[in-house]
Ligand binder design. Structure first.
Ligand SMILES: *Cc1c(COP(=O)(O)O)cnc(C)c1O
Length: 459
């Protein structure tokens, strides 16, 4: 093979980013502030301190500093598994017969199997620095819980993970990984919290949801001394930490004079997408490029493509501040049939705002086509992708096939957020041809929308 560009582009330690990039500081219009659910006034830092670590609250509310230094204690951890490689998908290109160049940034090279570790490390570091002794969180598919378990083990913090019940049943081995790192794992909804007991009383057979697990984790954090709650997606400080993905990608591409025409990421709560696009979007906002950005979500949980841009709670138990975002309603329960992650009812406020202002496109894809893309990718590029990541693969392949038709030689970059070793139940359903697609009807979605607050801000 005649290659001008190596299959894998790595960075030297000196080339690694020393600052995170706070895209929000460069956005011309900022997203709306969080509102306190009782007063409907913008949340202050003091409102957030009881739930979140102080430094993370400061980052959350920072819309002025574009660059925030990555503390040395975090960079040292990053150096154990970063940089992540930027890979040219030569074999996928060949199999598709496309003139497009396809690159992916692979975040699955750590035990958590995903990009989640980038923020988990940062959050645990700041918690330790503040003198906290324990953290609580929720996890859906398990990657976030695993990442945070690794970070808490490293910095010496206790951790309780509320894991969505269906996932804990589908992925018993995930739980053992977390326990190995010292975390306590509780299937949610559980009887250990008020929020969990309430949901169980109303829906005794529920398989749980992220929104519900969040309510449980927050309740425990509020009731435990020296404990805080941490979240693995959605919030701006998580997007900030994930900017390391986009920064490394851009440094690697700049090194070889590559400029993407299309950047694609899967979107659950929006953190990897926000991180991947951050430096490219910053330049786009300043008029320095004309990149197309595409968010990919499951057709069964279509918050961007079919949701409403309103103030909503981040959790089912209605305990979080109100967030203006694209949402299916905090009462939305994803179909049990849906196997591929990305089941959160809402979306990052940064991603929501960019989408609302036309900087970002969104596409919803069905799970059988996502797994078909995963299969093609595994057979050509070798990596067994996470179902979440495969949403991005689906659209990268679709865009590359469009180039084949038009003869255009576009440069496509997508985020390969993780590996799918723990998703064998879903892969089995696909391999056995027992996987089906589920697209909620408008009436189905109305049930979730009914849970959205009727407040003047939402008129
Ligand atoms: C959590 C996760 C996602 C989705 O989360 P975002 O916050 O939307 O990035 C995507 N891929 C993998 C592998 C994940 O673990």
């Amino acid at each position: 093979m005649n290659k001008k560009i190596p299959t894998k582009i790595y960075l030297n330690e000196e080339e690694m980013p020393r600052y995170w990039y706070n895209l929000r500081a460069d956005m011309k219009e900022k997203h709306d502030p969080f509102l306190h659910p009782a007063t409907l006034k913008p949340c202050t830092a003091e409102d957030l301190y009881p739930v979140f670590c102080k430094e993370l609250v400061k980052q959350e509310l920072n819309q002025t500093n574009p660059y925030i230094e990555i503390p040395e204690g975090i960079r040292e951890f990053y150096e154990m598994y970063r940089p992540s490689p930027l890979v040219r998908a030569y074999f996928l290109e060949k199999a598709l017969g496309t003139p497009a160049e396809i690159y992916y940034k692979f975040e699955g090279n750590n035990t958590s199997g995903s990009h989640k570790l980038n923020s988990a490390v940062a959050q645990a570091y700041y918690a330790k620095k503040e003198g906290l002794t324990s953290l609580t969180t929720e996890t859906g598919a398990g990657q976030w819980g695993t990442a945070l378990s690794m970070a808490c083990a490293f910095y010496g913090l206790d951790l309780s993970v509320y894991m969505v019940k269906v996932s804990s049943e589908q992925k018993p081995h995930r739980k053992e990984v977390m326990r190995t790192y010292g975390a306590k794992v509780i299937p949610s909804p559980s009887t250990t919290t008020e929020a969990g007991r309430k949901i169980l009383a109303e829906h005794p057979d529920t398989g749980g949801s992220l929104g519900c697990a969040i309510s449980e984790a927050i309740e425990v954090a509020l009731g435990t001394p020296n404990c805080r709650y941490v979240l693995g997606s959605v919030l701006d400080h998580v997007a900030l930490h994930q900017s390391v993905i986009g920064l490394e990608s851009k440094i690697a591409m700049d090194k070889y004079g590559i400029a993407p025409d299309i950047v694609i990421g899967c979107a659950g709560g929006g953190s990897n997408l926000a991180g991947l696009i951050a430096p490219f979007m910053g330049e786009r906002i300043k008029g320095k490029n004309n990149i197309r950005f595409i968010a990919v979500e499951p057709a069964s949980c279509p918050s961007l493509t079919r949701g409403k841009y309103v103030y909503d709670f981040g959790d089912t138990g209605r305990t979080t501040p109100l967030i203006r975002m694209y949402t299916l309603g905090c009462g939305f329960m994803p179909s049990a049939n849906h196997a591929g992650g990305l089941r959160y009812h809402g979306m990052s406020p940064i991603i929501s705002k960019l989408y609302h202002d036309g900087y970002l496109e969104a596409r919803a894809v069905e799970q059988t086509s996502v797994f078909a893309a995963a299969e093609t990718f595994a057979r050509t590029e070798g990596i067994l992708p996470a179902p979440e990541s495969s949403h991005a693969i689906r659209v990268a392949i679709d865009e590359a096939l469009k180039c084949k038709e038009s003869g255009e030689k576009k440069v496509i970059l997508f985020g390969l957020t993780g590996t799918g070793y723990f998703d064998m139940t879903a892969y089995k359903a696909f391999n056995d041809k027992k996987m089906s697609d589920y697209i909620p009807t408008d009436e189905d979605l109305e049930q979730g929308f009914a849970s959205i607050l009727d407040i003047p801000q939402n008129k």
